[in-house]
Design a protein around this ligand. Structure first.
Ligand code: URA
Length: 237
């Protein structure tokens, strides 16, 4: 069974920085299998009973967070100039999280953060055609003709046309229309470029879902929560 250092175990589970948890350990606050362990490098099994100040700390190898990304932050783990989506996550969270795919700086909505590289790969693989649904406000005239063009797949200036996309016009207006669009790929600026290709301009974009995962509307922009076990199981299917 996998073993890891006690200080890493506690830091991964958000008990503090590496030096803070070392201090907890050295002061005798941490027990493994009921015995006080004072050495941070002690190797602990992932199923061992670890307690801090009497409270059980269970190790989770993987973390899955649903973030309602606000506008104005970039989908990266670090950036020299811009605030990143990881800057929105509490410092006590684990340090190996990354965003699954990217939303533009001015796009908001569902973004999954995890440290599960295999699941991220599955969700992002172009071969898997995972549906991504967006709500958008679009300047320009949209009619049934654009619905058909999107359904066939369209040339947005790449080597290949896009895969078929589902366009639903919620509210067509002479100025700004409200739509939902579901795409199967994740090309750079894909939704914006699809609308540009039909002479329109996206003025607001929000991701509503990715595969089976639906943005929890209780989350306000900038807020996040862990996925439920059902949500994680559905995503893995
Ligand atoms: N398509 C875009 O153009 N931007 C996004 O952020 C996501 C999809």
């Amino acid at each position: 069974m996998k073993e890891i250092r006690l200080d890493k175990y506690l830091a991964d589970m958000g008990l503090g920085t590496r030096s803070q948890v070392k201090s907890l350990i050295r002061k005798g606050h941490v027990r493994v299998e009921e015995k006080i362990v004072k050495s941070p490098e002690y190797k602990v099994g992932l199923r061992d009973e670890v307690t801090v100040g009497g409270n059980r700390v269970t190790y989770k190898s993987y973390e899955y967070l649903m973030l309602h990304k606000p506008r104005g932050v970039v989908s990266a783990t670090e950036d020299k100039k811009e605030r990143t989506v990881l800057d929105l996550i509490a410092e006590t969270s684990r340090k190996d999280l990354f965003p699954v795919g990217r939303l533009d700086k001015d796009t908001e909505g569902l973004l999954l953060l995890t440290n599960d590289g295999a699941l991220a790969h599955e969700l992002l693989s172009p071969k898997k055609h995972v549906d991504k649904k967006y709500f958008a406000k679009v300047r320009g005239i949209l009619t049934e003709s654009e619905v058909q063009i999107f359904a066939r797949g369209l040339d947005i200036g790449d080597d290949k046309p896009t895969l078929p996309a589902k366009l639903k016009i919620l509210n067509a207006d002479a100025d700004i229309s409200e739509i939902e669009v579901t795409i199967q790929e994740g090309r750079f600026h894909q939704v914006k470029r699809m609308f540009e290709a039909v002479g329109c301009r996206v003025v607001y974009l929000k991701r509503l879902s990715m595969g089976s995962l639906i943005l929890d509307e209780k989350l306000r922009p900038g807020e996040y929560r862990s996925l439920t076990e059902e949500e994680t199981a559905e995503l893995r299917k």
